[in-house]
Design a protein around this ligand. Structure first.
Ligand code: 5AD
Ligand code: SF4
Length: 475
């Protein structure tokens, strides 16, 4: 996602901002969308853009000229929410020049705070939770008639399955396809089950069709998205009972195979896997299909089994390491990344050391690392004391980040001298003379521009690297 030139203000899973645009002006009204948080939010914003476009709203990159400003928000950590509050305050003060402008909040923070930001804090005019986007045009109308425009109803079956997202990524090469919504896992630290509701899977036919349409439009990479992709299931209950025996049953491995069959030149990625559910069947499908990228994001959260139990993750350190061993057995060169939380409730120094020792054992290629932020309503907030002082949380996090930095650099250094197949995503962020794209392991490569264009696959010989990027040239 690095080459959304001029659009990507900042990127980091959990804390990203993207400013978006699209076309088809029917009534001359304009909507401005800003997305924060995980890839799922970015994907949802494309559904929102589609719904708004059908209602006559052109998407604009310029908040000032917009009639409706929508912030699609993240509630996963407190600092993510604070940033949104600041941004909303800014929009409220801009509103003095244009009192008719509608300011709305979408996504997880909308769902968590419900009407609070509208009624008490008076920061927004409209609130829509993740399952209420079809109602957005009505809500905008309601604001116009002075009604309380709030819809935070969660659904058991909304997947926006038939809505064709309006692509906001701009590179025209890689796109997200959401395959499940919600989460049933109830990790004790996590607010997502409360903000995104129960887990549900999308009709596989609409997923394959979307991948097909994207390929026809020139896209060459799709990322299948879900809070826990391994629990994707179609026409079968959690307990394994078939719902309609006239219809096909599809699990995640089978879904991936169907998407991989769309075209050999369409690359497949997916996120996020869950260590308790990631099956060998998925690994087999990955190793069998050249166009499924050899990269797995497998959040561990902690390297200590007692902590993992407190976190309600459903696996132990040993189980997790067994999953890593299985990945390496199936795909020795598979890129592996993770999420880590430092300073969760009751974490001792020894338990923190266990996380560092697990990192040394796995040697992740990449990681997203956070210190624990207590979220209201979660199991941890109700049951455990948030007892690690902030300075200590930050100290532990720094150790985790420093170690990961070393590992990322080592991993990239091993690539120096090798030739990697890269899908060109566009010009590099730093210079128009360079292009960039990712290898199968999801590492960004930068190389001097030649006659090859974005959307084409090239072989790049790596000559140098940083902890984050490979540098080389096309051979
Ligand atoms: N505090 C800190 N990090 C969190 N995450 C989820 N909830 C919290 C929290 N309360 C992290 C987890 C998850 C990632 C998306 O965000 O590591 O995998
Ligand atoms: Fe949150 Fe756990 Fe669900 Fe991920 S799997 S969204 S961490 S509850």
């Amino acid at each position: 996602m690095d080459n959304n030139k001029g659009l990507l203000v900042e990127e980091r899973q959990g804390e990203a901002i993207l400013v978006e645009q699209q076309s088809d002006n029917l009534l001359g009204k304009k909507v401005y969308l800003e997305s924060y948080g995980c890839q799922m939010n970015f994907s949802d914003s494309e559904i929102v853009a589609s719904i708004m476009s059908k209602a006559g709203f052109e998407t604009t990159r310029n908040a000032e000229e917009a009639d409706v400003v929508l912030l699609n928000t993240c509630a996963i950590r407190d600092n993510a929410e604070q940033r949104v509050r600041k941004r909303l305050t800014q929009f409220q003060s801009d509103k003095k020049n244009n009192p008719d402008k509608v300011i709305g909040i979408l996504g997880c923070m909308a769902e968590r705070l419900k009407s609070q930001l509208l009624e008490e804090e008076k920061l927004v005019d409209l609130v829509a939770g993740p399952d209420a986007y079809r109602d957005l045009p009505n809500l905008v109308t309601e604001v116009g008639t002075g009604q309380k425009a709030v819809n935070v109803l969660l659904s058991r079956d909304e997947t926006y399955a038939e809505i064709t997202p309006v692509r906001l990524d701009f590179n025209g090469v890689s796109a997200f396809i959401s395959i499940t919504r919600g989460c049933d896992n109830m990790c004790s630290f996590c607010v997502v089950p409360f903000t995104r509701g129960r887990e549900r899977s999308r009709d596989p036919k609409t997923i394959v069709q979307e991948a097909h349409d994207l390929f026809e439009k020139g896209y060459r990479e799709v990322t299948l998205l879900g809070q826990n992709v391994d629990s994707y299931r179609w026409n079968i209950t959690k307990k394994g009972a078939i719902i309609d025996d006239q219809k096909e049953v599809v699990n995640f491995a089978q879904l991936m195979q169907k998407v991989a069959d769309v075209h050999p030149d369409l690359r497949i990625r997916f996120s996020t896997s869950h260590p308790k559910d990631m099956s060998d069947e998925v690994l087999e499908v990955m190793s069998k299909n050249e166009n499924i990228c050899e990269y797995i994001h497998l959040p561990v959260q902690s390297g200590n089994s007692e902590m993992l139990e407190r976190m309600n993750r459903g696996y132990t350190r040993e189980w997790y390491l067994n999953r890593i061993a299985s990945i390496r057995k199936h795909m020795p060169n598979c890129g592996i990344s993770t999420d880590i939380i430092s300073g969760f409730c009751g974490e001792t120094e020894e338990q923190h050391q266990d996380t560092l020792s697990l990192m040394k054992e796995v040697k992740y290629d990449f990681a997203y690392m956070f210190y624990y932020s207590e979220r209201p309503k979660t199991l941890a907030a109700r049951k455990f004391e948030d007892d690690i002082p902030l300075v200590e949380k930050k100290r532990r996090l720094t150790e985790v980040i420093d170690l990961q930095q070393q590992h990322s650099l080592e991993s990239n250094t091993r690539s120096v001298g090798q030739v990697h197949r890269v899908l060109i995503e566009g010009n590099s962020k730093r210079s128009d003379k360079d292009q960039c794209g990712r290898n199968t392991q999801n590492v960004m490569c930068v190389f001097p521009k030649t006659t090859f264009k974005k959307g084409e696959y090239v072989n790049v010989r790596v000559s140098d690297c940083t902890a984050a990027t490979l540098i080389g040239e096309i051979v």
